[in-house]
Ligand binder design. Structure first.
Ligand code: 4NP
Length: 156
């Protein structure tokens, strides 16, 4: 398969998209799709240069995973460089559609449209929720969606 590039996007790039990036990397490794590259970025600039939220890191650690990602903001170049750009919710999707150049190469997709029911397809922002529970919910949604995407789109 030719090399493909996947970019996970959320508002801050400290909660959902670093989880999605790490889960997708693990899903690709399990499927032996070593040539697929995955990264993540923010639509907003507040946390650029920071590591993921400690609650995202502890949720990943609970599942034996680690993220060393440093927050960056999405650039125009990303729309040409990546094959798939995933948003987590409808706000991410409308930001992506607004930012995308007319000759955008990437397909803009919502992650939860793969493998999740209509009620669960939005990966909600857990940042303002107390505790870790919202992070675990986002993690589980990412696991289901990444597996479904890989099966449907990369392993035919
Ligand atoms: P994320 O969550 O988009 O899942 O990384 C957020 C993190 C920080 C902020 C908003 C959402 N913030 O406004 O700082």
């Amino acid at each position: 398969m030719p090399q493909k590039k996947i970019l996970m996007i959320c508002l801050g790039n400290i909660c959902r998209s670093p989880i999605a990036e790490t889960v997708m990397a693990e899903t690709l490794a399990k499927a032996k799709l070593d040539s697929v590259v995955v990264d993540s970025a923010a639509t907003g600039s507040w946390h650029v240069g920071n590591r993921a939220d400690p609650r995202a890191l502890s949720t990943l650690q609970k599942h034996g995973l680690e993220s060393k990602h440093i927050v960056r903001q999405i650039t125009k170049q990303d729309f040409y460089e990546f094959d798939y750009i995933f948003g987590m919710d409808e706000d991410n999707m409308s930001d992506l559609r607004r930012l995308a150049p007319k000759d955008c190469k990437a397909e803009l997709l919502m992650l939860g449209d793969f493998g999740l029911s209509k009620e669960k397809r939005i990966i909600e922002d857990p940042y303002y929720q107390r505790g870790d529970e919202g992070f675990e919910v986002a993690y589980q949604q990412c696991v289901t969606a990444c597996e479904a995407f890989v099966k449907q789109r990369l392993l035919q």
